[in-house]
Design a protein around this ligand. Sequence first.
Ligand code: PGA
Length: 246
Amino acid sequence: MRKAVIAGNWKMHMTCAEARAYAGSFVPQMADLPDDRVVVLAPPFTAIAALSEALAGTDIKLSSQNVHWDNGGAYTGSISADMLKEHGVSYAIVGHSEPRKYHSESDEQINRRALSAQAADLIPIVCVGETDSQRSARETERVIRRQVEQSLEDLDPSRMVVAYEPIWAIGTGKTCDAAEANRICGLIRSWVGYQDVVIQYGGSVKADNIDQLMAQSDIDGVLVGGASLDPISFARIAQYRVPVTI
Ligand code: PGA
């Protein structure tokens, strides 16, 4: 049985003081979390230490929003896996569409980042997804298959998460239809070739669509941006309820 991974990506939001205040509200709401899921918060690098302290003694995990492929060296502005581990980080988002777009990150670089994460015992959350125009041109499957093949090369599929994030659904309020998101996640599972790989959906996930998304057979969690910034809405997402089928 795959354990669901519910991750909140704060992007470039939250000072240390705001992160502490968030934890003060969020942690008590996680007290009775069912044990079929893991909750992860991905603050900006500067708030990792403060949040790590605020989450001490809880089951909530920490993620970075990126990680460098090298362990150290002349890479101004970068952070290594060992630096993250020192603060109790256990996941690392790589290949998110924003660094792919604004920093021209390639699948090859993303693959190296993910490999360095795994080498340091971090679990990479590797993002893939098509643009609006690629979907309109019916290139979705081809684009995602290429991203899967190149970004995930040589990774251990039992120690990674793949996040299917259609770019047109990120921050737009346009959630991908749950059945379609499930279809793509199923394709990704078959391309990875490992039945138990954890696959998230991301893109305008909210408190009012989480239950429907998590009811899908191939969606094993979510990567949440905007709705993770409010501790009440993200707590509702983490406490998703899936109808019991007999
Ligand atoms: P969103 O972002 O939930 O605000 O659409 C998702 C993401 O970028 O991971």
